[in-house]
Ligand binder design. Structure first.
Ligand code: GDP
Ligand code: MG
Length: 199
């Protein structure tokens, strides 16, 4: 299973559509009772998660409930989740993160990234809407620092893309394939070792 997580309106559904060719609801105002939407892609489940965090016109209580449901879904499916794609709006995310930090709150994107790491779920950060980003390098370095990603891993873990214009999607696809292969190899190696300790 591959899950796409992120705030509302960052482009999760557009990205899934671009990568898989599958139809998912895109560009609609976020609904309040949205559940995870699953599509099948190359024999895997790809899950479009509801957006977490602020949604205009949605009461805070409902936002909290959606967030709790996302957390529960991820915890319950942690064993099955091979990869998470955390989608950020590359233009808005740095401003939102700074605003939260200035209020001494943990930005929700940072919180979710940490949560995925705690569960041991490999995560790629898709820095979307790169068509709107002015200084790309600066933005990537800033976001990596806030997420706690070492400078050496910036280019492998943060992939700038434009889902809308189709920019850099091949790079994201190849990183997704690399991650899926390396976690599969890891699992095979472990089970080989257990089953055939002498080989
Ligand atoms: N400028 C720009 N807009 C984008 C990009 N990707 C998505 N959008 C727009 O962002 C809005 C929200 O997209 P959607 O995929 O529904 O976001 P979701 O709520 O995260 O699933 C839509 O109007 C998209 O057309 C992008 O790369 N660049
Ligand atoms: Mg969506």
């Amino acid at each position: 299973m591959i899950i796409f997580v992120g705030r509302s309106n960052v482009g999760k559904s557009t990205l899934i559509h671009r990568l898989t060719g599958k139809e998912v609801r895109r560009g609609k105002r976020p609904g309040v009772t949205r559940k995870p939407v699953e599509v099948n892609w190359r024999g895997k489940k790809v899950v479009d998660m509801p957006g977490f965090g602020f949604m205009s016109g949605v009461p805070r209580r409902v936002q909290e409930k959606v967030k709790d449901e996302i957390v529960r879904f991820i915890e319950e499916n942690a064993d099955e989740i091979e990869l998470a794609i955390l989608v950020l709006d590359g233009k808005a995310a740095p401003q939102i993160i700074e605003r939260w930090e200035n209020r001494n709150e943990i930005p929700i994107d940072v919180e979710f990234y940490g949560f995925l790491q705690e569960l041991g779920i490999p995560t790629i950060v898709a820095v979307n809407k790169m068509d709107k980003i002015k200084n790309l390098r600066r933005t990537l370095v800033f976001l990596a620092e806030k997420l706690g990603i070492p400078p050496l891993n910036v280019d492998s873990l943060l992939i700038p893309v434009s889902a809308k214009f189709g920019t850099n999607l091949e790079r994201l696809k190849s990183r997704i394939n690399e991650e899926l292969n390396s976690s599969k190899n890891l699992k095979n190696n472990v089970s080989d070792g257990l089953l055939n300790p002498l080989q």
